[in-house]
Design a protein around this ligand. Structure first.
Ligand SMILES: Nc1ncnc2c1ncn2[C@@H]1O[C@H](COP(=O)(O)OP(=O)(O)OP(=O)(O)O)[C@@H](O)[C@H]1O
Length: 231
């Protein structure tokens, strides 16, 4: 449903994505991991049409909604009003489906979004994106700044959403173990390039990935460009 071919994105003279290719089938959950500045948010923003491609292409069959990094609530508006804004593009004001999926939001409906905890705000940000009834939910940093129990609850909601509604998910996540656990397939970006991609279970076993992301031996220099799934 999503096809990214040889995508290049530049900010002025700086190359943020340097020939990235990635595909997602309908209903798939794929994680994007990599160090700071690797280009993960840029890739998500290019998928959502927020940053233009210098070359290459992004094609998506279906609707995309993004949960932006930092949640970006309207803090003085209620949860309900934040949610309704998410449905604006398809004129959807009916909260019932989102409240069914994220029942914690029911009691928070009238609360000012700016007064909520980080985890509650992340739930609102997910709910707001779901108001657009997306076929693909693009999430930038699910776990950022959140306690493990809160992250586990959010992850459970995403699993349910994917299983029950068939919503595809593209997840940018710094917490590599969470990415591997939630998404059957992972793509590793470094310095704007895909350096490894494949089933998360296999990447988790890869020596280079373990070294780079589980800290045993430090830096991410072990991964080679166009590394296929390590056997
Ligand atoms: N608006 C911008 N203008 C100029 N350069 C930018 C802009 N946004 C990102 N960059 C640069 O593009 C590169 C990729 O940034 P991006 O935010 O996509 O990486 P990231 O992998 O999401 O990083 P992080 O994990 O720290 O959020 C970085 O070198 C960054 O400094």
């Amino acid at each position: 449903m999503l096809r990214i071919d040889d995508l290049v994105v530049r900010y002025g003279a700086a190359v943020a994505l340097d020939g990235v290719s990635l595909h997602l089938d309908a209903g798939e959950m794929v994680a994007l991991v990599g160090p700071n500045g690797a280009g993960k948010s840029t890739l998500l923003n290019a998928v959502s049409g927020l940053v233009p491609a210098a070359s290459g292409s992004v094609t998506c069959e279906g609707r995309i909604a993004q949960v932006p990094e930092g949640r970006q609530m309207f803090p003085d508006m209620t949860v309900e009003d934040n949610l309704v804004l998410g449905g604006w593009s398809i004129r959807n004001r009916d909260l019932s489906e989102v409240l069914d999926l994220l029942p914690d939001l029911v009691r928070l409906r009238k609360a000012k979004a700016g007064r909520l905890s980080g985890g509650q705000q992340q739930m609102v940000a997910i709910g707001r994106a779901l108001m657009a009834k997306p076929d693909l939910l693009a999430i930038d940093e699910l776990s950022l700044g959140l306690a493990p129990l809160v992250v586990a609850e959010l992850a459970e909601h995403l699993r349910f959403l994917n299983r029950d509604r068939g919503t595809a998910i593209l997840l940018v996540e710094q917490e590599v173990s969470l990415a591997f656990d939630l998404c059957p397939r992972t793509c590793v970006l470094e310095a704007g390039r895909v350096v490894a991609a494949g089933p998360s279970a296999e990447l988790a076993e890869s020596e280079a990935v373990r070294r780079a992301y589980f800290g045993d031996l430090g830096v991410a220099g072990e991964l080679r460009a166009d590394t296929e799934v390590p056997a």
